[in-house]
Ligand binder design. Structure first.
Ligand SMILES: [Fe+2]
Length: 359
């Protein structure tokens, strides 16, 4: 199993993971052949990458939580968000019940993460255009829980962090759709509107729910930055709640590794470099260090190009030295077929240049 650009998918590739529709039901099962008509359909839905199995990569990559559970969390968040959007319809009581159900699901996710130790995130979450905001929020939640757990937060704290992360962008429900779905750059006025989502989301949670303050505060604070940049510019970084700082990093990572209507996604390795470099400017350095230790940009079976032009498959990960795995070379630097093992932890002259679609 490896990730490729959907544009490179052929009938020789089969889906390595199922894809879900907006209602959380399986749209395409694992093992389905990627026919050209199917590729077009998926591109229309906003998918730009896909996990496939082929001759190079047959093994699986494990997700942090089960896909069904992830989908259930997305469905809960959709319900809560739709209440926020249509505040006039539906009773507060229904919203409270939905909130309670969402809390229970998040608590089971926390249990799953809490009992596993040393979790490494290896899968990229693939998003559709329509479901972006919900899929993004739940993925930020998973990243936040893994980071929080690695920082030593307890179960009660993680339950609250999970809820806070799931709801962090609820304020987007109060931003007009035409701004959120706009292709191309935003006008100054539109950007102002976007920058209101932390305040609007926070006010909604404060007036409509009795959530713990630590759950709603990150909604207000997740765009504040270490060097004072960011918005809404109400709270200095040193006074931010730890949850806001955690969610801030996870939010940026997930946004940068996702394809948006106005730009392509950045490669995971590049985003990790960027996050590392932003320690001391955008985020606290201790948090950026902890964050990057939990994510492997080159999981098993990833097809990669090395700095000398050779191409190979990641055949074993060297502990947490994620950028220096053991590689099974397929094509050497002179473009000849080979079958050779290179351990990048021992061969320091070679580095991984990028993930590639084909050999
Ligand atoms: Fe946000």
């Amino acid at each position: 199993m490896r990730i490729i650009d959907l544009a490179h998918a052929t009938e020789d590739h089969v889906l390595a993971l199922p894809l879900f529709n907006d209602l959380g039901k399986i749209l395409l099962s694992k093992g389905v052949k990627l026919k050209p008509s199917l590729v077009v359909k998926l591109q229309k839905m906003g998918y730009s990458k896909v996990y496939i199995s082929d001759e190079f990569s047959e093994g699986e990559i494990e997700d942090v939580i089960k896909m069904e559970v992830r989908q259930r969390a997305i469905t809960h968040l959709r319900k809560l968000s739709s209440f926020a959007k249509n505040q006039t319809s539906g009773s507060n009581q229904q919203f409270d019940t939905d909130l309670h159900i969402a809390k229970a699901t998040i608590s089971t996710i926390v249990d799953e993460i809490f009992t596993k130790k040393d979790i490494v995130i290896e899968l990229l979450d693939l998003k559709t255009v329509e479901g972006y905001i919900y899929e993004h929020s739940i993925n930020v939640m998973i990243h936040a829980l893994v980071l929080g757990s690695s920082l030593g937060l307890n179960k009660v704290e993680l339950d609250k962090l999970g809820m806070a992360a799931a709801l962090h962008d609820i304020g987007f429900m109060f931003v007009p759709d035409e701004i959120l779905k706009k292709r191309g750059s935003l006008t100054e006025e539109e950007y102002k509107e976007i920058k209101m989502h932390p305040i609007k989301g926070y006010e909604f949670l404060k007036t409509k729910t009795d959530l713990d303050p630590t759950v709603r505060i990150p909604t207000l604070q997740h765009h504040e930055r270490y060097n004072g940049s960011g918005y809404p510019g109400i709270t200095p970084y040193e006074n931010l709640h730890l949850f806001s700082k955690i969610i801030g990093i996870c939010d940026m990572f997930d946004a940068m590794t996702s394809t948006r209507p106005y730009r392509k996604s950045y490669p995971v390795a590049e985003v990790l470099e960027f996050i590392m470099g932003s320690g001391g400017t955008l985020f606290h350095p201790t948090l950026t260090k902890a964050f990057i230790q939990n994510i492997n940009p080159y999981p098993m079976n990833t097809l990669v190009k090395l700095s000398d032009g050779s191409i190979g498959v990641v055949s074993k990960v060297n502990g947490r030295f994620f950028s220096r795995p053991i590689i099974k070379l397929i094509i050497d630097k002179d473009k000849r077929k080979v079958n050779k093992i290179v351990n990048l932890l021992e061969n320091r002259t070679l580095v991984i240049q990028e993930t590639v679609n084909k050999a």
